[in-house]
Design a protein around this ligand. Structure first.
Ligand SMILES: Cc1cc2nc3c(=O)[nH]c(=O)nc-3n(C[C@H](O)[C@H](O)[C@H](O)COP(=O)(O)O)c2cc1C
Length: 174
């Protein structure tokens, strides 16, 4: 099982949790860490390179901080340019069929805010429907997401532990 973790954080130098996750994942055999904002500081994707990376892995993970109930912009740009018709979808677009797909998301809001009646009203499962639909359209199996919520209030120890939890979550069989 080869896992590709595509990280989209516009400023990892000021990040706490996504930086800790990246630094931990880099140490892990069988996991390729791919930092989009580091590779493409000017925004444009190398589509052929990105598609080859996807082909070379079995489990694809999007790791990002939740921004406006979705991902930072470069990951959307990546989806728009890399997941092309005839390659990722359409009658002949079968290149991702049979792969597994997973999200790893940090949120500022606490878990209890993400429910009906809570501050953000909707659950993470509801808010990530576009990613679920994308996995469905491209023939990938959507696996349970890893979420760490209320991240502003975590201690260093909790940040460290969440990185270990992430590794276990990514390596698990579903
Ligand atoms: C532009 C922007 C939008 C954000 N939108 C949300 C949001 O919709 N929901 C939420 O819970 N947190 C939101 N946050 C908080 C981030 O999710 C939080 O700061 C991030 O997960 C922390 O990760 P880091 O330590 O790796 O930067 C937002 C932060 C920024 C800068």
């Amino acid at each position: 099982m080869k896992t590709l973790v595509i990280i989209a954080h516009p400023n990892l130098t000021t990040s706490v949790i996504n930086k800790a996750w990246k630094e931990r994942l880099i140490l892990e055999d069988g996991i390729t860490v791919h930092d989009l904002y580091e590779k493409y500081p000017d925004g444009a994707n190398d589509v052929a390179y990105e598609q080859q990376l996807l082909l070379d892995h079995d489990r694809i993970v999007f790791q990002f901080p939740f921004y406006w109930y979705s991902s930072p912009a470069l990951l959307k740009e990546w989806q728009d340019t890399v997941l092309t018709y005839g390659w990722a979808y359409g009658s002949e677009g079968t290149k991702l069929h049979g792969k597994e797909f997973m999200l790893a998301i940090s949120t500022g809001g606490p878990a209890e805010a993400y429910q009906a009646g809570g501050y953000n009203q909707y659950s993470m499962s509801e808010l990530t429907k576009p990613f679920q639909a994308t996995a469905n359209l491209t023939g990938m199996r959507f696996l349970p997401a890893f979420t760490k919520q209320g991240v502003r209030f975590l201690t260093d120890e909790q940040v460290h532990e969440s990185a270990e939890e992430l590794v276990r979550h990514l390596k698990q069989t579903y």
